[in-house]
Design a protein around this ligand. Structure first.
Ligand code: HEM
Length: 406
């Protein structure tokens, strides 16, 4: 049995320490969790993501008080009750809508920062894999949430995406009906997507975030130069007061203050969007109630899914589905496809630098093409961009294998 201080007052620091080891916990998770000095504001994106997720949770809880998961009531509960009758309901909806869109912008910045600096290598593979798991979970969370207002885009995007599970010429129609709970999206469909969105997905996401944080603890975060830091030695120097010689700073309070500064700037931008430009996060077609008899002329997903949608679109059904499947899993394999041992910024990695910028530009082009109707020159550009996407991933192991050791 551990030593207990019998004289400690209930709930005093000593009393809690004897029972919960709060001093040790604080050391391990904050004051002696070492962060490299040479990192820039892009390393604050992880905390920005965590904060945005928190905002999505809180705004979602307020929306949940009035939302009705019923095909006859859902549309009005969002567009009439929440938007006009509930005090500040419009504000919570705009925060939730803008948050759902902006979280993907930050996720993409966070992912491409990791790719640029090689933060998925040498002991950091699980950080990357758990990050990709979060990407898939956030995608499922966003998709299920998009169903809830039960507007035209909710209904038809739900129809198109669930149709993907028929597997083209495999005609797995039974699987599609099983997922929908009906022949077409209806009450069973809305009910299950509601459950996924407000309960199962958020629970799994919280677990995955905790796991993602756990995977960071031993390898520590990477740094701008990909330098392999002796964390023990640097931590010792820091604790001895030789801060200038040490290459690290403690997470709390030194790095956290930087994180909070970046978050402050981010929230100015975030609330500027909420108050002045929330419409970018709301599709006008979704302000028409769902109607199974009236297909919208042009069905497209939200901006953050457009690049993978455009990879599916230029091809006939079966190759299109294979291409789409490829796009969903290929990022998971990055730590194993990059064969170079160099952990360094892309700017110092020769052919990889070209690869990185081509991939980024290609995904931006795919995103724009995904929004445009698949006609004429746009569909040709979309096809070329989709083919380039595959070519880049096939080339990756070859160019990185040939890379010179730095
Ligand atoms: C969506 C929820 C996510 C949260 C809350 C989150 C949070 C964090 C935090 C706090 C860090 C440490 C600080 C930093 O480097 O920013 C981090 C690092 C990292 N995350 Fe995420 N992350 C998320 C998603 C992702 C995704 C989608 C990926 C990509 C697949 C990813 C890959 C990484 C990598 C590679 C690092 C290590 C960076 C380094 O060592 O320099 N994370 N994450």
């Amino acid at each position: 049995m551990a030593h207990f201080d019998e004289n400690a007052k209930p709930f005093s620091h000593q009393w809690l320490n004897d029972r919960l080891a709060i001093d040790t916990l604080k050391r391990v998770l904050s004051t002696e969790y070492w962060i490299p000095k040479n990192i820039n504001f892009l390393w604050a994106m992880g905390m920005v993501l965590a904060a945005t997720f928190g905002i999505l949770l809180i705004s979602g809880i307020f929306l949940l008080m009035y939302y009705q998961p019923n095909t006859k009531l859902a549309f009005d509960s969002v567009n009439y009750t929440i938007m006009t009758e509930v005090g500040y309901g419009w504000l919570w909806r705009h925060i939730h809508g803008v948050g759902a869109s902006v979280v993907f912008l930050i996720i993409y910045i966070h992912m491409f920062t990791g790719i640029y600096y090689g933060s998925y290598k040498r002991g950091r593979e699980l950080i990357w894999l758990s990050g990709m798991l979060l990407f898939v979970l956030f995608s499922a969370e966003a998709f299920s949430g998009y169903m809830l207002p039960w507007g035209q885009m909710s209904y038809w995007a739900g129809m198109v995406i669930t149709n993907l599970f028929s597997g083209g010429s495999l005609h797995a129609d039974g699987l599609v009906e099983w997922i929908r709970g009906d022949y077409v999206p209806g009450q069973a469909f809305l009910g299950r997507f509601f459950m996924l969105h407000v309960l199962l997905m958020p629970l799994v996401i919280i677990g995955a975030i905790v796991f993602h944080f756990g995977t960071l603890r031993l390898p520590h975060v990477n740094n701008q130069d990909g330098e392999e830091i002796d964390f023990e030695e640097s931590a010792r120097l820091y604790k001895e007061g030789k801060k200038a010689e040490s290459k690290v700073i403690p997470f709390n309070p030194v790095f956290l203050s930087k994180d909070v500064f970046v978050m402050g700037i981010y929230f100015i931008f975030f609330f500027y969007l909420v108050f002045y430009h929330f419409e970018f996060a709301m599709d006008p077609v979704n302000f028409d109630p769902a109607n199974g008899l009236k297909t919208p002329t042009h069905i497209y997903p939200e901006w953050y899914f457009l690049w993978s949608y455009e990879i599916l679109r230029p091809f006939p059904t079966d190759p299109g589905l294979i291409a789409f499947g490829f796009a969903q899993v290929i990022f998971f394999l990055l730590p194993f496809l990059d064969r170079s041992p160099n952990v360094a910024p892309a700017s110092r990695r020769g052919a990889f630098k070209v690869w990185f910028w081509l991939l980024l530009i290609d995904m931006i082009v795919l995103t724009f093409m995904g929004k445009l109707p698949p006609q004429g020159i746009w569909s040709t550009i979309g096809l070329v961009a989709a083919l380039l996407f595959f070519a880049l991933w096939i080339a990756l192991p070859i160019i990185t294998k040939l890379e010179k050791k730095l």
